[in-house]
Each structure stands twice: as structure tokens, then as C-alpha cells.
Design a protein around this ligand. Structure first.
Ligand SMILES: [Zn+2]
Length: 515
């Protein structure tokens, strides 16, 4: 891959039966970091999000609230759209499956393409259906008769549906995953998909009775008694937004041509993205996505976030109360690559105060203040000669800083390629940590005192120390851009120009807010 290859990055499109919760923010921020990162590395990037409006869950939620489905969907979709501002997302495109003119023609074309491959057929079917998952379950997939995701008892549904010949694609899917054409990260999730395929794929029901769907959704072509299964409809968004069915040029640029297609998804929808979706694409004669990056879940006070548990955290409220930087930093720094992570406001505050305010903010503030005090705000050039036989005290400290700076770009690239945001931010944090130690060990205030007493060597050392440290701060600002874009801009502004502006506190110290 070259830097000119386009990269298409998507989040899943959440169903909009309610307002967004913190889990949505996690996925949106992860995808945004990747989009910003690859743009910085020179790739053309298209970052896309959207909403799944056609879910039966939306129909049920609207009925429960006495609203029309259109009213409910419009209201909640707007709340998802607003997150772009609260979270500083660099989204290029948003698709809404119920109202976007690109969507329905593309879904119909995809249906027909699978039909032409001989992969669709009608069959009477009875099975246990979880509306929460919009999925049939076999009895052995249930936990004590209940859905493992929703802890609800699935409903027995018996109707005639259209089926997709998923079973025909087991070998091709397996091969694509094993040879890396379809890369699934992390490895544990890849293995999970392979064992699901190996356990035997059964054909997939891909339509619902129009009556049961209350007429909401996209009708099956030439069969008005059925609407297209919402997962078939929703997954298609990844290509309908690119013009599949309406504009082949865009599709060629982002999907069928060179480059990469990267889906960021939660563990709960892995099977849909890593098995059903690629099989549908194979049937339609379309290329597979190149990467599926799977994240785990957030919990609040130890419990899975759910509306019924009443523990939803509104990311817009958190961002408005504690700041976009603090929220993004927590999502990226506290959440490990593998495993669920418990969120609390106290943890968000601690992370922000420790690292943004005390770590990064304090570093920049100290350096700018020292340059203001001892050099009238004019920072000297970074002294390259100190890297080998360093003239300043504590040579080891400076070498460690230099090493952290040298390694950071490679570490960030590697970590983000695997979807490890914590490891990527750790590489930036290592620079900050080393730089703060260098300030303490080199004691610029003592060098300034010695210089004032006539020690010219101390003066040269002070120039080298301050020059290296301000260059480090600018580098930190640059590295932080994909992770905390607002903070990055603030630091860059504080460190910019021949004569630095007077130091101002960059990050507020957070404390728990009432309510
Ligand atoms: Zn379920």
C-alpha cells in the first residue's frame, strides 16, 4: 500500500430507538482517530457514520412512545448527528437508511445481484427471534432460554421468508480470513469467527413479513408481502453510501479499486460483519472489505450499558460538562485493546487531571514560562549536539527522551494498524513523561542563576535545554492531533511563533459536578 491509496473507514450504523450512549462514542472516536491518522500520513480518507432507521426495534419503540416511526427516528437520528460536534469528529459522510436517496436503489441492486447468483430462495421457517438482536437463535445459542446479549426470552416466529445461501460460502470465507485478505483484529475475534464458520453455516433468513414489520423497511423486489431483513439492509449502507446502485465512480474509488476498507465494529455484531456481510458481497461479485477492527464493550458501575438497566451515560452531556478532550482521552487511554472497561466520571476526571492537566498541560506551561522568564519568550533552536555527548546534566534522561521521540511515529503506526488506541497514546505519553523528568533533572532555574553569575557554558546549556523542550512540546501537539484534536490545537498555539505567547493554563482541573 502506498500513501496515495484511499482508505474508507466506517462505524456501524446504530439503530435509533433511543439516544446515543457512551458505547457509541467509543466507536465513533476510535474510527475518527484512524481517519485523522491516515489523513496525516497522506492517504485520501473517507470517514462514514450513519443510522440504521429500518430496524423493527424502532417500530416497537415508536409504538411504546405513541409516536410515528418517522418522528421517533428523525428525533433520535438528530441526537446521533449532533455527536459529531460534541466529540470533534471529522466525519465525511453520514447515511440514514430510511431517508437517504442513495440507499434503497443500492439495497435493491444488492438483492438482485444475490438473486442472479442463485443464492436466494423462499422457505417456511419457524425459529426463536430476539428483536433486540434482530436475529434468529438456535436453542443451544441461548443462555437458559434467554438471549445472551439482551437477557430477554426470544419470541417464536413462524413465517415464510426469503433465505440467503450462506452455507455455500463457508470455504471462501475461511480462506479469505486465513490468508489475510479479510483481516480481523484482534486475533481472538478472528479465531472466534473461524470457529463459527467451522461449526457449520446454515442459510440465513433475509426477509420478514411486511405485516410483522408494520410496513416499515425496504420491500423485497417483486414481493410486497416481505420487507428486506434489516441486517441485509443495514450492512448494505457501506456500499450504497459509496454509490452502489447510483454512482459507480465513487464506488470504484473507495471499494472496488485499490486501497483499504476498514470497518470498526463492536464485538456483539462481529458475526454480521465478518460472516454474513462478506458472504453477501461474494455472492454479489463484489470485493471484501480489507479490515474489521473489533472493540469490546463499556460498562458503567460494572454493568453492561443498557436502557433497561438505567445506566446509560449520554456522551453529549459528558462532553459538555467535562470537555471533549477529557472524554476522548478517557476513551482512548483507559480502554484496553481486549476486555470490557468500566466507566465512571471519577475515572474520567482522574485520567484528565493526571495526564492532560498535570502531565501535558503542566509540561507545556512550565517550558513556555521558563522561556518567557529567561529568554524573553524567544526559544532557541534545538541543540542537536547534545544528543551524543550531552552538555547538560543527567545525560541518560535526555537520551531516554530522544529515544521516546524517535520511536513514537513507528509505535503509533503499529498500534493503530491493530486498533490498539491505548498503546498508540502510550507512545505520546512516554514523550511527555520523559520531558517532564528532563525539566526536573536539568534544573533550568539553576542554569539561569549560574548564567547570571557569569557562567557562559551554563547559558549555552540553558539554550539547549529550552530549545529541546519546546521542540518536544510542538512534537507532542502534532502527535496528539488524531487523539485529542482540540487539545492539540491549543498546545500548538501556545508553542507557536518566534516569540511565544504568555503562558495560559491549557486544561482545567476537573472536579465532580453536581447532578
Ligand atoms: Zn438479543
Amino acid at each position: 500500500m502506498t500513501v496515495h491509496d484511499p482508505i474508507y473507514i466506517t462505524t456501524t450504523i446504530p439503530y435509533v430507538n433511543g439516544k446515543p450512549h457512551l458505547g457509541h462514542a467509543l466507536e465513533l472516536v476510535q474510527a475518527d482517530v484512524l481517519a485523522r491518522h491516515y489523513r496525516r500520513r497522506g492517504h485520501p480518507v473517507r470517514y462514514q457514520t450513519g443510522t440504521d432507521d429500518n430496524s423493527l426495534k424502532n417500530v416497537l419503540a415508536a409504538e411504546a412512545q405513541g409516536l410515528s416511526v418517522r418522528e421517533l427516528v428523525d428525533r433520535n437520528a438528530a441526537a446521533f448527528s449532533d455527536l459529531a460536534g460534541y466529540l470533534s469528529l471529522s466525519t465525511d459522510d453520514e447515511i440514514r437508511t430510511s431517508s437517504d436517496e442513495r440507499h434503497k436503489p443500492g439495497v435493491h441492486r444488492l438483492w438482485r445481484a444475490c438473486e442472479e447468483s442463485g443464492d436466494l430462495y423462499r422457505k417456511h421457517y419457524a425459529g426463536l427471534y430476539c428483536v433486540g438482536c434482530e436475529q434468529f437463535y438456535t436453542p443451544d445459542e441461548l443462555v437458559a432460554g434467554r438471549c445472551g446479549e439482551h437477557d430477554t426470552e426470544p419470541e417464536l416466529i413462524s413465517e415464510e421468508n426469503w433465505f440467503f445461501r450462506l452455507s455455500a460460502y463457508a470455504d471462501q470465507l475461511r480462506a479469505a480470513i486465513v490468508n489475510g485478505r479479510l483481516r480481523i483484529e484482534p486475533a481472538g475475534r478472528r479465531n472466534e469467527v473461524l470457529s463459527f464458520i467451522d461449526s457449520g453455516l446454515t442459510d440465513l433468513s433475509i426477509s420478514r413479513s411486511a405485516t410483522r414489520a408494520r410496513g416499515w423497511g425496504i420491500p423485497v423486489p417483486d414481493d410486497p408481502s416481505q420487507v428486506i431483513y434489516v441486517w441485509f439492509d443495514a450492512l448494505a449502507n457501506y456500499i450504497t453510501a459509496l454509490g452502489y446502485g447510483t454512482d459507480d465512480a465513487e464506488l470504484a474509488r473507495w471499494w472496488t479499486g485499490a486501497g483499504r476498507q476498514l470497518h470498526v465494529v463492536g464485538k456483539g455484531v462481529l458475526r454480521f460483519h465478518a460472516v454474513y456481510w462478506p458472504a453477501i458481497l461474494l455472492s454479489a461479485g463484489l470485493p471484501l472489505p480489507s479490515d474489521i477492527l473489533v472493540h469490546d464493550y463499556l460498562t458503567v458501575d460494572g454493568a453492561r450499558i443498557s436502557k433497561s438497566a438505567g445506566n446509560t451515560v449520554d456522551p453529549a452531556v459528558v462532553a459538555a460538562s467535562y470537555g471533549t478532550d477529557a472524554l476522548r482521552w478517557w476513551l482512548l487511554r483507559d480502554v484496553p485493546r481486549v476486555g470490557d472497561t468500566d466507566f465512571s466520571i471519577a475515572r474520567l476526571i482522574a485520567r484528565s487531571n493526571d495526564e492532560l492537566a498535570n502531565g501535558i498541560g503542566n509540561l507545556v506551561n512550565r517550558i513556555v514560562a521558563l522561556i518567557g522568564r529567561y529568554r524573553g519568550g524567544v526559544a532557541g533552536q534545538q541543540d542537536e549536539t547534545q544528543q551524543g555527548g550531552t552538555p547538560v546534566r543527567q545525560a541518560q534522561e535526555w537520551q531516554a527522551l530522544q529515544a521516546a521521540r524517535d520511536k513514537a511515529p513507528v509505535l503509533i503506526d503499529a498500534a493503530l494498524a491493530g486498533g490498539d488506541f491505548r498503546k498508540a497514546t502510550a507512545a505520546v505519553w512516554a514523550i511527555v513523561d520523559r520531558a517532564n523528568r528532563c525539566v526536573s533533572h536539568s534544573r533550568p532555574w539553576d542554569l539561569a542563576k549560574a548564567e547570571l553569575a557569569g557562567d557562559r557554558d551554563a547559558g549555552r546549556q540553558l539554550d539547549a535545554v529550552l530549545g529541546t523542550l519546546i521542540a518536544t512540546c510542538r512534537e507532542v501537539a502534532d502527535h496528539l492531533e488524531p487523539f485529542v484534536p482540540r487539545a492539540s490545537a491549543k498546545i500548538a498555539e501556545q508553542c507557536a511563533g518566534e516569540r511565544l505567547p504568555a503562558p495560559v493554563p491549557l486544561f482545567p482541573r476537573l472536579s465532580l459536578q453536581a447532578g
